[in-house]
Design a protein around this ligand. Structure first.
Ligand code: GTP
Ligand code: MG
Length: 352
């Protein structure tokens, strides 16, 4: 019989490919206090066994424990709620999470990095590209280009910083079976990257249902830390939740699960300073008589967890129009970009 550890080892070996050529850009998480020397097993009430379970559940460091909810931790480690609270409090104390002055926040904001979308217009709308340490949600109807942008970012993250990348890998959680390596090859060639290397820098996880998707995100921390992943894509973040929970009877359960999933993604962004790019469909709202009768799936929960929300729609001749709906620091606005065989770009300037 093949032991679980051995399977994990083989999996590990399979994804270890030639190291990316660009040097590391940032030395780790940017959140204050994160560099805790304390081991998880040193926390009160945590022995080696519980520490192992906690890690298996995806809580690899003090920060992720400190940011967990008691329920999450108690379920993960099979311990009582009271013990979970104690452990979380101890992790928080150890990390010295608290208030800080705005100049320190400003200092940290300077460490926020961006990945270019390939379109100058769209980059400008997003304040220079898609941001690390945040979640960015693109929603829109079918064919609006959400998946195309996902592929483009998976290529562009590999570019060196001077070309708008982060010299890192992409993790692509594909829930709709629409990931296409051929598109990576096309876009990589157009971006001046070796297509073979580019393919090896995109780690794909095909999610077959919402539980699977959930687990892929929970396990992502490991890959991020060990494989220089700087971008996590979830395309689409809501579709599986929509099909797995049909009917209103399970609506609350669905929302709760989606809530936890988004929380996991948000935590990855915070702890590892990576880009989270997620896509979302829109549903038609028959009650809207004027204006746009479409609304993103996921209701308030999606709105709550997306740092940047962009609505994208199709126009004529490969043109797409993106609208920034929600952002903590950028003005609302629109950007026009183009999808071609080479990927994202800007429409040619109109002749005067
Ligand atoms: P759903 O997932 O169905 O909700 O849509 P989406 O927003 O993910 O759309 P997607 O990104 O898959 O966009 C598909 C569209 O991109 C196609 O209809 C084409 O217009 C365009 N497209 C895809 N591949 C190519 C290509 O190789 N060349 C060109 N020129 N356009 C492409
Ligand atoms: Mg799609």
């Amino acid at each position: 019989m093949v032991k679980k550890k051995e399977i994990e080892k083989t999996l590990e070996e399979e994804i270890v490919v030639e190291p990316i050529t660009t040097e590391k850009i940032f030395e780790g998480p940017i959140i204050p206090g994160i560099k805790s020397k304390m081991a998880i097993s040193d926390l009160p009430g945590v022995g080696e066994k519980i520490a192992e379970k906690i890690k298996e559940a995806g809580f690899f460091d003090m920060m992720s424990i400190a940011a967990a909810s008691p329920k999450e931790l108690s379920n993960a480690a099979e311990i009582g709620d009271a013990t979970a609270v104690k452990i979380i409090n101890a992790a928080r104390e150890e990390l010295d999470i608290g208030y800080e002055t705005a100049d320190k926040v400003m200092e940290r904001r300077k460490k926020v990095l961006r990945i270019t979308t390939g379109s100058k217009n769209l980059d400008a709308l997003l304040g220079g590209g898609v941001e690390t340490g945040a979640t960015t949600e693109f929603h829109g109807g079918f064919g609006s280009s959400k998946t195309q942008i996902a592929h483009q970012l998976a290529v562009n993250v590999q570019l060196p910083p001077e070309k708008g990348g982060l010299g890192g890998r992409a993790l692509f959680i594909d829930t709709e079976a629409t990931f296409r390596p051929e598109r990576i090859v096309q876009m990589a060639k157009a971006a001046g990257l070796d297509p073979e290397v580019a393919l090896s820098n995109v780690v794909v996880g095909r999610a077959y249902n919402s539980d699977h998707q959930f687990i892929l995100a929970e396990k992502a921390g490991d890959l991020i830390r060990n494989h220089n992943v700087k971008l996590v894509i979830v395309d689409s973040v809501t579709a599986q939740f929509r099909t797995d929970f049909v009917g209103r009877g399970t609506l609350a359960e669905r929302q709760q699960k989606l809530n936890r999933h988004l929380h996991t993604l948000q935590r990855l962004a915070d702890v590892y300073n990576v880009v989270i790019y997620m896509t979302n469909q829109v549903m038609s709202r028959p009650d809207v008589m004027f204006g746009d009768p479409t609304a993103p799936i996921g209701g308030h929960i999606m709105g709550h967890f997306s740092t940047y929300r962009i609505y994208v729609r199709r126009s004529k001749g490969g043109i797409r129009i993106a609208k920034l709906i929600d952002s903590p620091n950028l003005p609302e606005g629109e950007a026009v970009f183009l999808i071609t065989g080479d990927g994202l770009s800007d429409p040619p300037e109109k002749k005067k």
